[in-house]
Design a binder for this molecule. Structure first.
Ligand code: 5GP
Ligand code: MG
Length: 176
C-alpha cells in the first residue's frame, strides 16, 4: 500500500454529491436508468439509486453489465473488453442511461459497455459516472460525474474495497 485515498466517509460524501449532480444535470429523475459495470460499478449504481430515492423519493431502475477481459493471441495489444452478462431490466430506448464504474482507466470497458447497451435499444443519452478517474485514456471518453481524479503512474494500481464484499469501504493506491 502506498496510501489511503478515500475512506468510508469520503465515499459516502462522493455518492451523495454525485446523486445530487445527477438530479441537477437531468432536472430531476425522469427517464433515468442506472447501469453498473460488475462488480464495483453495480454496488455504486445501487448506492446512487438509494441515495436518489432518499432525496427525490423515486425508485430508479438499476441494471448491470458484466465486462471481462481477454488477451487476444495475435498480441498486438493485449486486453480486449468483452461484455459477458447483461441485465437490463427496462426498455432503454429513449431513456437516459447513467453508466457507473468504479475505476476509469483506458476507457475500453466503457466503449464495450456502450456497444453492448446499443444492442438493447437506442437510449436518448448515455452519461458516465465513476468513483475514480486514474487517467491513461486510450479512447475519447470522459466521465460526466467523477468521485475523485487520481493521476496515477502506469505502474500504480487503485484498490477499491466495498462493504458489499465484506470489506471496509476504502480506496487505496498500490504499487504493482
Ligand atoms: P479500462 O477499460 O478503462 O482500461 O479499465 C476500466 C476497468 O478496469 C474498470 O471496470 C475497472 O474496474 C478496471 N480497472 C482498471 N484500472 C483499475 C485499477 O487501477 N483499479 C481497479 N480496482 N480497477 C481497475
Ligand atoms: Mg471494475
Amino acid at each position: 500500500m502506498i496510501k489511503e485515498l478515500l475512506n468510508k466517509k469520503d465515499i459516502e460524501r462522493i455518492i451523495s454529491r454525485i446523486a445530487h449532480e445527477i438530479i441537477e444535470k437531468n432536472k430531476g429523475t425522469e427517464g433515468i436508468c442506472i447501469v453498473g459495470i460488475q462488480r464495483g460499478g453495480v454496488y455504486l449504481a445501487k448506492r446512487l439509486a438509494n441515495k436518489i430515492k432518499g432525496i427525490e423519493n423515486v425508485d430508479i431502475t438499476v441494471g448491470s453489465l458484466d465486462i471481462s477481459f481477454y488477451r487476444d493471441d495475435i498480441g498486438i495489444r493485449k486486453e480486449q473488453s468483452i461484455v459477458r452478462k447483461t441485465d437490463i431490466p427496462c426498455d432503454i430506448t429513449d431513456k437516459k442511461i447513467i453508466l457507473v464504474d468504479d475505476v476509469l482507466f483506458t476507457g475500453r470497458s466503457i466503449r464495450a459497455a456502450m456497444d453492448a447497451l446499443m444492442d438493447f435499444g437506442r437510449p436518448a443519452q448515455i452519461q458516465l459516472a465513476v468513483l475514480i478517474d486514474r487517467g491513461h485514456r486510450e479512447l475519447p471518453i470522459r466521465a460526466d460525474y467523477v468521485g475523485k481524479n487520481i493521476p496515477t503512474s502506469i505502474l500504480e494500481n487503485i484498490e477499491v474495497q466495498f462493504e458489499e464484499e465484506g470489506l471496509e469501504d476504502k480506496v487505496i493506491l498500490m504499487q504493482n
